[in-house]
Write a protein that binds this ligand. Structure first.
Ligand SMILES: Cc1ncc(COP(=O)(O)O)c(C=O)c1O
Length: 423
């Protein structure tokens, strides 16, 4: 049954955002679709902003969760020892860390991604006894004050109400500083005793900037950055909150470069079923926390542990990484063949199942991307924008999307792009 939106508009804070872009009342969801109260099916190319890599109401994960709940197993335990947590840790170690030769201690943070970033910030500063952090222009690391200090977009920063300090921003490899070698610049400001930049405790890195407009760092750049950090006694933290959990075709996004970060943040799809969960992975020697030095009531949602364990099993059983890589090729081929001919200023960036169609070089590129996203919604597809001027159309479907559904979504984007560009 369709519902009146006025209950939200009259009572909910004006901070609400996605509901303004997709202004219907949703009721159900399955796989790659979500349904409004009138039964309209919307193809989901946003996937909970990366929290729904395994699709909506994934049957295999749901079964495990229902069994857990039906047996009155413990649902809230703060960070006490539970069987659900033990089983998650065991599966994560055996199926994810060990096959990749990775050894990390696992810290269960508060339930959102930003809490893992906050924990990482504290722990890096505590280890190195330095306050400055390097972050990259275009970065998004979350909305609490520490994470927000690492986040670059002005709208988000304007909400802080205090100065956001102790961070030095450096251009990312790609995008907007075509004439600058960003790592050469970073090395210079670290070593130059007249740079005015305090030696940092850590570099916080997205190997693919998602909110920043799908900027993909090259393997060479990532390797060089790791070496630079290592040579200068600076920690390297990879924020894999959005592009981890197989989004780029490997479980961790940094695998393609063969680097081993000192810390890794994970959230969003680690909870498997859209359940809140976040982790900080820490190299053993850096785990110098005193007990309870970073805590929170909702560390370790037991139901999320159950879903997370099943999600990892699902990932391995269905060889999700191979499927993601294959579907990524479909996106690339389709856009190059069908959308590039519409205007030679349109470009594409991405890998796995995160892609950005960039309209930024067209006059009013942000407006064009906005209109395309709105038209897609009229065509019953949910798609988001990102990057400078919000001019990048962001393709982020569930990783479980079928090839037909993926092609259907791409056809919708093509149709809407043609309409908006008048082609
Ligand atoms: C790379 C990255 N880090 C951190 C966050 C913050 O996560 P959360 O919104 O769960 O706090 C996000 C959210 O989009 C993100 O994309």
């Amino acid at each position: 049954m369709s519902m009146n939106k006025s209950i939200f508009e009259e009572n909910e804070s004006s901070v609400r955002s996605y509901c303004r872009k997709y202004p219907v009342v949703f009721e159900k969801a399955k796989g790659s679709y979500i349904y409004d109260g009138d039964g309209n099916a919307y193809l989901d190319f946003l996937a909970g902003c990366g929290a729904l890599n395994y699709g909506h109401n994934n049957d295999e994960i749901k079964g495990a969760v229902i069994d857990y709940l039906m047996n009155d197993n413990i649902t809230h335990a703060m960070d006490m020892y539970t069987e659900a947590k033990a089983e998650f840790i065991d599966t994560f170690k055996k199926d994810i860390l060990e096959p990749r030769g990775l050894e990390y201690r696992i810290m269960f943070c508060g339930s959102t991604g930003t809490n893992a970033v906050e924990a990482a910030l504290k722990l890096c500063r505590k280890n190195k006894k330095r306050s400055n952090i390097i972050a990259f222009m275009g970065a998004f690391h979350g909305m609490t004050l520490g994470s927000l200090a690492l986040t670059t977009d002005r709208v988000s920063r304007d909400g802080a109400g205090v100065s956001l300090d102790n961070v030095t921003f450096v251009p990312y490899e790609t995008g907007f500083h075509t004439k600058l070698d960003s790592l050469d610049y970073l090395e210079t400001i670290i070593s130059d005793d007249h740079s005015g930049v305090e030696k940092p405790a850590a570099v916080f890195l997205e190997t693919v900037q998602a909110e920043g407009g799908i900027n993909v760092a090259s393997v060479e750049w990532l390797k060089k950055l790791e070496k630079l950090c290592h040579d200068n006694d600076i920690l390297l933290v990879v924020d894999d909150i959005q592009v981890g959990c197989s989004r780029t075709g490997t479980f961790f996004s940094f695998e393609r470069a063969g680097i081993k970060p000192d810390m890794v943040t994970l959230s969003k799809s680690i909870g498997g079923y859209g359940f809140p969960m976040s982790l900080l992975l820490i190299k053993d020697e850096l785990d110098i926390w005193k007990p309870a030095e970073h805590n929170g009531t909702f560390r370790g949602n037991q139901v999320a542990f159950v879903a997370a364990k099943k999600a990892i099993e699902f990932n391995v059983k269905h060889d999700l990484n191979a499927a993601v890589t294959k579907k990524g090729e479909i996106v690339k081929e389709f856009v190059e063949k069908n959308i590039f001919p519409l205007d030679d200023k349109i470009s594409l960036r991405g890998l796995g199942l995160i892609w950005g169609i960039d309209f930024g070089k067209l006059e009013n590129g942000g407006e064009i991307a906005h209109k395309i996203a709105d038209k897609c919604f009229e065509e019953k597809m949910i798609i988001e924008r990102a990057g400078r001027g919000d001019s990048v159309l962001k393709i982020l479907p569930p990783l479980t999307i079928s090839e037909e559904e993926l092609k259907k979504g791409l056809e919708i984007i093509l149709k809407c792009t043609k309409e908006v560009l008048g082609k």
